[in-house]
Design a protein around this ligand. Structure first.
Ligand SMILES: Nc1ncnc2c1ncn2[C@@H]1O[C@H](COP(=O)(O)OP(=O)(O)OP(=O)(O)O)[C@@H](O)[C@H]1O
Ligand SMILES: [Mg+2]
Length: 389
């Protein structure tokens, strides 16, 4: 038996077999010695000789049997060795598969991290785009009243100058002597005629009213902007959703007014727990899309409702509608049918994410040539999206 197979044989069996073999060898040797001694000492004694031969045969048979058993064990050892090396190969293969899996897991972790970073950047860029859009809208809305208040003030300065001149003429008439009275009276009449005092009187009033109205508009815009951008935090608070829609509509005023009449069908809804700045961003994205879908003058209807702890806000337009083949793609980031530079294709994907994070749903129904309705469903009370980690 070689060293390797010995190492693999079940040790107890080998030891037992070896011990038995050597015991039998010893026995044979002892018997042979005894027979030899007996033959030489007492002469041949046939019976003893026969017994010795029989015993010798038995021992030989037994030795053969043991050698055959030993051979079987060697075969078993070889088979075991084969199985062992097979097992080692399998273990090695599994180790390699495990290492590959670990590597894949690590790659995926890095990929997920990169995706999260990209998503954050996207959110940030969409926020910046919204702020830019909002700033442009607000600048326009403020620019208009500020423009006419400014021009009114210029006109008023001119009017006030003329009135001051008239007052000067009155004052000099007051201190003149009686001989010059007629002269002054005619000078006053002529000046009043020149400056069209009746028109001045009426116009001053309307200029002041208009200006007060203009500054009130600026004040309202600033107020709406503050409302809209209770933005800063991401804390959920209870808010009147209608106020959010109204301030968003005011901010978008200019963009919408040339495109559509806005019809508000507000139902009775309680306050909703949400992050108002984010929900207002959703209204803004959907309203801008609605306005962009209308080619000439159209209609945008905002319908709100409350049922079983859910608030539903449906925003419908009678614009060009969405091609059925695009309907499943509109919530994908970067999907846009708008020309380069006009749409990034992020508005709806961001809106979808915001509504989902509020535990709500954002659905769409559209018919080409007839219009589109986006329905935002929000739970009245906080219900985080369970699929979020
Ligand atoms: N009310 C709508 N009517 C018709 N098509 C719409 C409407 N709203 C969205 N869409 C379609 O869905 C696409 C994706 O809208 P989304 O708001 O995500 O991106 P966008 O408007 O193209 O660009 P962005 O909002 O980033 O400026 C639009 O390009 C348009 O084809
Ligand atoms: Mg959009």
């Amino acid at each position: 038996m070689n060293e390797q197979s010995e190492a693999i044989l079940p040790s107890q069996q080998v030891i037992a077999l070896q011990a038995e073999t050597s015991r039998l060898n010893k026995m044979v040797k002892a018997l042979m010695n005894r027979a030899e001694r007996a033959m030489s000492a007492q002469g041949s004694e046939f019976g003893l000789f026969q017994a010795t031969i029989m015993l010798e045969n038995q021992v030989r048979e037994r030795t053969h049997a043991l050698e055959a058993a030993l051979e079987d064990i060697k075969k078993m050892a070889r088979a075991l060795r084969g199985a062992q090396s097979q097992m080692q190969m399998e273990i090695e293969e599994r180790k390699q598969v495990n290492e590959a899996l670990e590597q894949e897991k690590e790659d995926q972790r890095i990929l997920i991290q990169k995706l999260e970073e990209t998503q954050n950047q996207l959110l940030q860029s969409e926020k910046l785009a919204s702020i830019g859009q909002l700033a442009a809208g607000v600048a326009h809305e403020i620019n208009n009243p500020i423009g006419f208040v400014n021009s009114n003030l210029g006109t008023l300065r001119n009017y006030v100058g003329k009135l001051m001149e008239l007052i000067d003429i009155y004052e000099s008439a007051n201190i003149c002597d009686r001989n010059e009275e007629t002269y002054h009276k005619s000078r006053i009449d002529e000046f009043r005629k020149n400056i069209d005092i009746d028109f001045l009187r009426a116009d001053i009033n309307s200029l002041i009213d208009e200006s007060i109205d203009g500054t009130a508009r600026v004040k309202r815009i600033v107020h709406d902007l503050r409302d809209f951008s209770r933005i800063g935090g991401v804390d959920r608070v209870y808010v009147d959703i209608h106020e959010g829609i109204d301030s968003t509509l005011n901010i978008l005023g200019n963009e919408l007014k040339h495109k559509a009449v806005v019809i508000r069908e507000y139902g009775a809804i309680p306050q909703v727990e949400c992050v108002p700045s984010q929900i207002n961003q959703v209204f803004m994205n959907i309203l801008i899309n609605a306005a962009q879908a209308i080619t000439s003058q159209g209609e945008i209807t905002i319908h709100s409702d409350c049922n079983d702890g859910w608030v539903t806000i449906a925003i419908s337009d009678n614009g060009k509608g969405i091609d059925p083949k695009n309907l499943s793609k509109i919530f994908d980031p970067f999907f846009t049918t708008k020309p380069v530079g006009e749409g990034t294709g992020l508005g709806l994907s961001i809106s979808y994410g915001i509504v989902k994070n509020h535990g709500g749903k954002l659905d769409v129904k559209s018919e080409v040539g007839k219009g589109t309705t986006f329905t935002i469903c929000l739970p009245l009370r906080r219900r985080d999206d369970p699929s979020r980690d």
